[in-house]
Design a protein around this ligand. Structure first.
Ligand code: ADP
Ligand code: MG
Length: 742
């Protein structure tokens, strides 16, 4: 099929609307828009998910279960049978006579090398009669094992006229691409469209934006070669390599895609360096007073990272720094130092945490550290009501309050600051770049109209693997606290089935008898969460789920109180008032409770050094990052600590791998790497829904080896070919590219 003539010379494919292609009217165009396809260029960058091989015909005798193949066969017998399928649920059971849902058409076919079965659950009388004995059929489908012989269920098929079979059987010229589709846009349509787009591309209107220096170094195909290849691989293409995304043509595209993401964030960062921020030039007297008052000295890593932060704060453009540090590495005190530096310069600082409980913990720490220095710490949470809320907001607006700790409420409508100099965001790796920007944009309004942006410090305990950092966080500078305070002992982790619950209870008894304290964490996940992945990580959870969680924790606490009458058992969950929660945490911290039964509300930030045993129920249902976070609540003191991950059998392969990783390592970076490999970036980032970082072809785990060259290429492009950058970004990020323009 050839495409319509180009409307004019020199029109590039990115400015040619998809309606320029045959078969695309306004209705199809609308559907294509859902796939992010607006232009002919977008069609070219809509890449196959996988391939089918219809370029050859396989003999039945050589088939293996799982093969997706073409066969050419002769019908031996076709009959209708009543299926022995499981009875349907009553609501789906057919009410009409004849139970049509249970009738099956079985067609026995052979090709000289063997015979097999075609099975159809839906068929018309016409179809049935076409499978007459002796008819020749070409089929394509997946080979499955049936009761007596191999079979294909609902294969694609075509009855062949005798004449054709006499000649060479007709096969496809290329491997068949399978595209991401959407309702109303069939594979056939997508194949026809990509064919037209490829024809247009060959007329030379798609620019290769990679300059010769990069191409020479890469030794990969050109853009047009690569696109032609991945859309229409030749019959001799290495299918396995293609399916794994390792073919040079795919690598060429993956390289360019990762480069485009990296560039868009770099542009964002360049923009930041053009923005103004208050220059905080002070000697650091307040900070020094805090450091003198602490019972410990900062680790080398804390000092280094603090130095990097202070360096940023002294400059006149906004800091955008991500501090990564494993659970317990001491990020809070570093943040407190940054806050004091800001306050000393006469500016306000806001500390935001994602949950009430964590925000409350920060409030306690900051109050304990800052009050002796004569600095009052204000508190703002969504739970504050009328007058209290108004009072805090007024003090922030007037500048009376210099430091405020709180939840997202800090950046709600109606909250303004007199002169906000620093925003600290804790445990925020779940934020995508959009949210980071929104926060910063809001920050600029709180500046008394001077158009200055506040500095921003983002702290996360979930380390971000380098591939991810480069594509999702390259707009931030990054510091790593890669050292734990001295005297910590690694947490020993064991994985046990919940059939051994009684042993686990004994273990708690023994630990508490020996004067130690323990957490018992209950998890409960929404039923829709079939994959066993938590959707309650941090943030808000639906009301009903929260209620169920609390119910489970309450029941567990009751049972444990019965089983362990000599222990003092406490209970904490998300539905308690913050004062109650604080009260319970304080009691536990003071040693007046032995065992604290909790929901995952204690995931982040809670700090009780004497607690050295943690039990996590249904651990297989939580993500690795969350388990690591939870486990980080123990191992904070000097005695050796342990964590018992209890699971409910059977474990999925994925669940087994996750728990094993937790058992094998305490290194948050290693866990994050494995998490990325197991779950993919969308899950790790927690932004799958928001559609961020949807990669067409690149794979952050598979393509790690490309990273150094991508960074080099980005520098070269920005320095020598800046005019090519926007086109590259637009091509790969499409609609999402707008965040590069803020
Ligand atoms: P995280 O990085 O997980 O947020 P925290 O800031 O909560 O860690 O610190 C964990 C605990 O370690 C806190 O009790 C904190 O006071 C303590 N701590 C922080 N830095 C040091 C240090 N350099 N030496 C000893 N203890 C420290
Ligand atoms: Mg913390």
């Amino acid at each position: 099929m050839t495409a319509r003539a180009l409307p004019a010379e020199n029109i590039t494919l990115d400015s040619l609307p998809v309606t320029a292609l045959k078969r695309v009217g306004s209705r199809v165009a609308e559907l294509l828009a859902k796939l992010g396809i607006h232009t002919v260029q977008d069609v070219l960058f809509h890449l196959p998910l996988r391939y089918q091989d219809r370029t050859r015909v396989a003999p039945i005798g050589a088939l293996r279960v799982g093969d997706e193949v073409s066969i050419i066969v002769e019908v031996q017998l076709s009959e209708i049978k009543l299926g022995r399928r499981r009875p349907l649920p009553r609501i789906l059971a057919p009410t009409a006579l004849g139970h049509p849902a249970r009738r099956m058409l079985l067609v026995r076919v052979a090709d000289g090398s063997g015979s097999m079965l075609l099975r159809f659950f839906h068929f018309s009388a016409q179809q049935q009669s076409a499978f007459a004995r002796g008819a020749r059929v070409r089929c394509f489908g997946e080979v499955r094992s049936g009761p007596g012989m191999l079979e294909m269920v609902h294969p694609e098929y075509r009855i062949i006229k005798d004449a054709v079979v006499q000649d060479a059987p007709e096969v496809d010229e290329f491997l068949t691409p399978v595209y991401p589709a959407t309702e109303g846009v069939q594979q056939n349509t997508l194949r026809a469209l990509t064919q037209q787009a490829l024809d247009l591309m060959r007329e030379g209107v798609l620019r290769d934006e990679l300059p010769p220096q990069i191409m020479a170094q890469l030794r990969l195909p050109s853009l047009t070669e690569a696109l032609a290849y991945v859309h229409r691989p030749p019959p001799d293409a290495p299918l396995q390599m293609l399916l794994e995304g390792q073919h040079p043509a795919q690598q060429r595209l993956a390289f360019e895609e990762l480069l485009a993401h990296h560039l868009s964030l770099r542009l964002l960062r360049n923009k930041t360096t053009q923005q103004r921020a208050p220059q905080l030039h002070v000697p650091g007297v307040l900070m020094q007073r805090l450091l003198n008052a602490l019972s410990f000295t900062l680790t080398g890593a804390q000092q280094r990272v603090l130095g990097e932060i202070i360096h940023d704060l002294r400059r006149d453009h906004p800091m955008q720094r991500l501090v990564q540090g494993d659970v317990g590495s001491g990020k809070t005190v570093v943040a407190a130092c940054a806050v004091l530096h800001t306050v000393e310069a006469g500016f306000q600082a806001a500390v935001m945490a994602p949950t009430e409980l964590l925000a409350e913990q920060h409030l306690q720490n900051f109050t304990a550290w800052l009050t002796p220095l004569g600095i009052e710490v204000a508190w703002l949470s969504g739970k504050l009501t009328g007058k209290a809320w108004q009072g805090v907001v007024e003090r922030l607006t007037s500048g009376q309050a210099t430091v405020v700790v709180g939840t997202h409420a800090l950046f709600q409508e109606g909250v303004t600051f007199a002169n906000l100099g620093l925003i600290v965001v804790d445990e925020q790796h779940r934020f995508g770049v959009h949210q980071r920007l929104a926060l910063r944009e809001k920050g600029v309004q709180y500046d008394g109209g001077k158009g200055r942006y506040p500095h921003q410090l983002i702290m996360t305990a979930t380390p971000i693997p380098r591939t991810l950092a480069m594509t999702a966080y390259a707009d931030l500078d990054s510091s790593v606290i890669d050292e734990l305070p001295p005297g910590r002992t690694p947490v020993e982790t064991v994985v046990v089935a919940d059939t051994r619950r009684a042993d686990v209870v004994e273990r708690v008894r023994n630990a508490c008898r020996a004067g130690r304290q323990a957490y018992w964490v209950c998890t409960l996940i929404e039923e829709s969460d079939v994959q066993g992945r938590t959707s309650v990580a941090g943030g808000r959870m639906p009301e009903a789920t929260e209620m169920l969680q609390c119910q489970t924790a309450t029941d567990t606490a009751l049972r444990l109180t019965e089983a362990l009458p000599e222990l003092r058992v406490g209970l904490i969950h998300g539905r308690l008032k913050s004062q109650e929660k604080q009260q319970i945490m304080a009691t536990f911290k003071a040693g007046a409770l032995d065992l604290l039964v909790a929901t995952t509300v204690i995931e982040v930030g809670v700090d009780v050094p004497n607690a050295s045993l943690m039990i996590i129920e249904n651990a297989e249902r939580l993500g690795m990052a969350q388990l690591h976070q939870l486990r980080g609540r123990v191992g904070r003191g000097t005695q050796s600590s342990s964590c018992v991950l209890m699971y409910h059998a059977p474990l999925s392969a994925d669940g087994r791998a996750r728990l094993a990783a937790l058992r094998e390592t305490n290194d948050g970076f290693e866990i994050a790497r494995r998490d990325l490999a197991l779950r993919g970036p969308g899950e790790v980032l927690g932004t799958r829904q928001s559609g961020m970082l949807q990669l067409h072809i690149a794979d952050l785990v598979r393509d790690q080896a490309l990273i150094p060259r991508i960074e080099q290429a980005a520098v070269l492009l920005l320095e020598c070919y800046p005019e090519r950058v926007p086109a590259l970004i637009k091509r790969w990020l499409g609609d999402a590219a707008r965040y590069g323009e803020v």
